[in-house]
Design a protein around this ligand. Structure first.
Ligand SMILES: [Zn+2]
Length: 99
């Protein structure tokens, strides 16, 4: 499985990246950071509309290893929430990537 992380950044780049798995009828998980989803909600929808899986890559892209449980939970759940706010759906992510 191919994965891309630390998105979302710009439409041109995302479209180019998605053209490759599309060409080969493959899937690539796009791991998104919450603060970037907030900045670029249309790019989130673009990935979803093109049918690629989306992963939760925490809100701030911080190292969670030594963070208290409440902070870890917040980092994950705030991404779930903004996605629900944008799409109207409680989306189940294809994965969680924490670094
Ligand atoms: Zn990352």
């Amino acid at each position: 499985m191919l994965t891309f992380d630390d998105g979302l950044k710009e439409a041109v780049m995302i479209n180019k990246i998605m053209d490759t798995p599309d060409k080969h009828k493959a899937k690539a998980i796009f791991f998104v950071n919450g603060y970037r989803v907030k900045e670029h909600p249309k790019l989130f929808k673009l990935i979803r509309d093109r049918g690629q899986p989306i992963g939760n890559h925490t809100w701030d892209h911080i190292v969670l290893k030594n963070k208290p449980e409440a902070e870890v939970k917040k980092q994950i759940e705030t991404v779930q929430k903004i996605v629900k706010d944008i799409t109207g759906q409680a989306r189940s992510f294809s994965g969680l990537l924490t670094v």
